[in-house]
Design a binder for this molecule. Sequence first.
Ligand code: IMP
Ligand code: MG
Length: 176
Amino acid sequence: MKIKEISAYLTEEQVNGRIREMGEEISRIYGDEAVCLICILKGSVFFTCELAKRITSPVELEFMSVSSYGAGVTSSGVVRIVQDLGSSIENRNVLVVEDIIDSGRTLSYLLENLKTRKPKSLRLCTLLDKPDRRVVDVAVDFVGFEIPDRFVVGYGLDYDQRYRNLPYIGFAEIED
Ligand code: IMP
Ligand code: MG
């Protein structure tokens, strides 16, 4: 399978504008307290960088890599920690930064795992949310855009590891 066409959906200006608002909202929640952003690799890299710049509370960055999808577009339901955090999150304010919530399987697994490490607080933010696709319930604290049930690429989101570097978000039409 490969991509036949990508049609523009959210422009770089729209995405960055919304991230700026999210940064303000997040800063109001944490105030002067430090927040540890956990960037879920690789899709959230672009979002995390832009968001971190818009948060005025003290920010610490951590990275974690989980895999739930193979090379295609359908969720396998199998979640695996490929790369774990480099430091303890015990007693820290943790904000998980995700690119997109689809079935919710990745996040529900991840949040359960992180809870056992006793953070002071644990919240979740996502750039994109596809509520129609939800299989497992997850409580999301900050959502950038609710989007329809279409496959999207760009701004960190990939199709078979490609298109992450598109500065905008587009709908991908996949050829079979
Ligand atoms: P979930 O476990 O089904 O919620 O899947 C979340 C992960 O699936 C995301 O972190 C993405 O890597 C991937 N994913 C879900 N939908 C899309 C999409 O439309 N484009 C690109 N990746 C997606
Ligand atoms: Mg992916």
